[in-house]
Design a protein around this ligand. Structure first.
Ligand code: ADP
Ligand code: MG
Length: 328
């Protein structure tokens, strides 16, 4: 299969067809129309084999996740997804050695794109070690983006969903064990909280998606806002499996510092506390108040017993941490 056959077969019409795509896959550039009054929000992420996913990970899951991580960034700004571009680097053996690999990858990517109204409008396809880069583009009404730096003293610190599920699944996989299917799905097929991000536009004072661990990502909000945070660990929303792991080990790093949660962490003026349950119900994911923004700097965590908890490592950092997917 030539490069052009491959693009035509798998990527020419992936996702939703949209009227604002004036020219999509097939020419030197895509030509796109941003609606009047809207601003373009853009984010790019790379998934590299052995760094962001295990080499034997299912291709459909890789396709899903490579788009999901970008949609999660759009969600964290309050942006509405519109377009994606895809740079794919494939090892010499692919797709010949794994004829279904590209079809499976495209299915995972395409399904998620359909679900969120995203059109794949272009990309690049090259040979090399397996690596996937996706750029996402979304719309935000002028001035309505939710930045990291807008938190105010007294705001509630809130988080969607549950924390640490993906981290627990990864721990099991690296130990050669099979994770629970629900946990594995959280690692390999995260659900970007796009509807929630839109619902929080004009409400949340600051927002971030939790990709590197809650402590690190909330830390970015606090640093950008020039404020401190007090976290009540007893309030963290945990699945039964993560709660049991924390109970057994007494180690809170699983919900605080393992990556790949793809939940939204946001700050909310305390007068809006009563609206949280309703917003969560409308968006189909539970929302939990886990702490409060305070004057000062840094993040203070208090255990259910009332003791301070200090994290050894705040979260995943490609240049400071050992690779999350290195079994060694
Ligand atoms: P050029 O050499 O002019 O940069 P390419 O030959 O790389 O163009 O790509 C041809 C067309 O196919 C372009 O419209 C490009 O955006 C699209 N394309 C290439 N690879 C992909 C891909 N993996 N996914 C989606 N579109 C792709
Ligand atoms: Mg060209």
């Amino acid at each position: 299969m030539s490069e052009f056959d491959l693009i035509r077969t798998h990527f020419a019409a992936l996702g939703t067809s949209r009227a604002d795509v004036l020219l999509g896959v097939g020419d030197d550039c895509a030509v796109l129309a941003v609606p009047a009054g809207q601003r373009l929000a853009v984010s790019i992420d790379t998934l590299a084999s052995g760094v962001h996913f295990l080499a034997d990970c299912d291709a459909e899951a890789i396709g899903h996740k490579s788009l999901a991580v970008g949609l999660s960034d759009l969600a964290a700004m309050g942006a509405e997804p519109a377009w994606a571009t895809l740079a794919l680097t494939l090892p010499a053996g692919l797709p010949a050695a794994a004829p279904d690999w590209l079809a499976d990858f495209a299915r995972g990517f395409g399904r998620l794109a359909q679900a969120y109204g995203v059109s794949l409008v272009g990309g690049d396809t090259t040979r090399g070690p397996l690596s996937i880069t996706v750029q996402v583009h979304g719309f935000i009404p002028a001035g309505a983006e939710v930045r990291r730096g807008g938190a105010r003293p007294g705001d509630l610190i809130c988080v969607s969903g549950t924390l640490g599920d993906a981290g627990l699944a990864l721990r099991a996989l690296l130990a050669g064990q099979l994770p629970l299917p629900t946990l594995r799905a959280r690692l390999e097929r995260p659900t970007p909280r796009v509807g929630l991000g839109l619902a929080l536009r004009g409400r949340a004072s600051a927002m971030i998606d939790v990709s590197d661990g809650l402590a690190a990502d909330l830390g970015h909000i606090l640093t950008a806002s020039g404020l401190a945070g007090a976290l009540d660990l007893a309030a963290l929303p945990l699945s039964d499996a993560v709660a049991a792991a924390v109970q057994t080990t007494g180690d809170w790093s699983l919900p605080l510092a393992s990556g790949d949660d793809y939940e939204l962490c946001f700050c909310l003026p305390s007068v809006d506390r009563d609206r949280l349950a309703d917003i969560g119900a409308r968006c189909g994911c539970p929302l939990t108040v886990i702490g409060r923004v305070e004057r000062g700097s840094g993040l203070i965590c208090t255990t259910p017993a009332g003791a301070p908890f200090a994290l050894a490592h705040a979260g995943f950092d490609h240049f400071a941490s050992p690779g999350a997917y290195d079994a060694s």
